[in-house]
Design a protein around this ligand. Structure first.
Ligand SMILES: Nc1ncnc2c1ncn2[C@@H]1O[C@H](COP(=O)(O)OP(=O)(O)OP(=O)(O)O)[C@@H](O)[C@H]1O
Ligand SMILES: [Mg+2]
Length: 301
């Protein structure tokens, strides 16, 4: 089983208007909402690829219920810990002449509620995969991911981490199967601009030395490079289609990579399917759906 962890899921409320002016009443021309959070995004795209996963994390209040119901409707299993107080986040994404976002903090998580999540992770066993994705909310200790990974030590679990800076580095001793920094995240880790291919290669090699088994560096519209455990470096490109939304492209890529690797144990194919999912999300208004993913996959070399 693949388990995804989303500590602070959200409902992303995307509103469109021609112009946004602060200090007055603005009226929208269109609005949509999506259930969000990086781990949940991975579960959604896995589901498009026909792979079951279980979404773990925390939900609260009426928005938490909406998140759980939404996932159920999509056929995705979830076992969230329901928090006693507060509501799961509603993040506002304003798409006007410029794009603005208001991201909220999310509910309080007590130590005992976090302990309940740790208990849930105990059933993760040999052959399973765990995806830890996204930042850690203020409400929990910043070593939350390490606490989860410590409990998995000694088990043959594939660990996937998509996080930034110290949060990611602190997971390295647990030998993650996959990490997927983008260019900016690499710059933040190494406090250095990633101007050349050599910069990226050097950084990826350091991350591999620190413990990451596969380092997938995603470069947005420039594609991605995989520094694989087999010692090879694989490249993937992108299709030139109209880009509609790149939010979640990285999460989609992770889902595709995991699915591709599970199916074939072949890094080249895993990268290709990962790329197809990333591309397909960039060319869609929400996350990629299966028709689009497989149409892109056919065209990607
Ligand atoms: N403009 C684009 N055109 C085509 N494909 C894209 C584009 N942007 C992203 N992708 C695809 O998605 C992959 C991951 O994108 P990106 O590097 O933007 O991830 P990210 O920064 O982690 O995104 P997020 O964290 O929002 O999910 C890229 O390697 C590529 O395959
Ligand atoms: Mg990302």
């Amino acid at each position: 089983m693949i388990y995804t962890v989303t500590l602070n899921p959200s409902i992303d409320y995307v509103v469109r208007l021609e112009r946004f002016v602060s200090g007055i009443t603005n009226r929208t021309t269109n609005e949509e909402y999506y259930i969000g959070g990086k781990g949940i995004n991975v579960s959604c795209v896995l589901s498009e690829l026909g792979i079951q996963s279980t979404a773990l994390g925390f939900t609260a209040g009426f928005t938490g219920e909406a998140i759980e119901n939404g996932l159920q409707k999509m056929g995705i299993c979830s076992e969230f810990i329901r928090l006693k107080d507060g509501i799961s986040r509603i993040n506002l994404k304003i798409k006007a002449d410029k794009e603005s976002e208001i991201n909220t903090q999310g509910p309080y998580i007590s130590d005992s509620e976090f302990g309940q999540l740790l208990l849930k992770t105990e059933k993760i066993t040999d052959g399973d995969t765990i995806v830890l994705a996204g930042s850690i909310p203020k409400a929990v200790s910043d070593n939350a991911y390490e606490q989860i990974l410590q409990r998995l030590e000694g088990k043959d679990v594939r660990i996937v981490v998509d996080a930034t800076e110290k949060l990611l580095l602190n997971c390295m001793p647990y030998r993650p199967f996959l990490i997927k920094p983008n260019r900016q995240e690499l710059s933040e880790i190494f406090r250095k601009e990633m101007a050349t291919e050599q910069d990226i290669r050097n950084s990826a090699f350091v991350l591999r030395e620190l413990g990451a088994r596969n380092v997938l560096v995603s470069l947005g519209g420039e594609g991605a490079v995989l520094f694989a455990e087999d010692g090879n470096i694989y490249h993937s490109n992108v299709l030139k289609e109209k880009v509609i939304n790149t939010v979640g492209a990285g999460d989609s890529m992770i889902a595709g990579f995991i699915a591709g690797y599970e199916k074939t144990k072949d890094y080249r194919y895993a990268l290709r399917l990962g790329s197809a999912c990333g591309n397909a999300t960039a060319f869609s208004s929400g996350l990629a759906q299966k028709e689009k993913i497989f149409a892109v996959l056919q065209k990607l070399t």
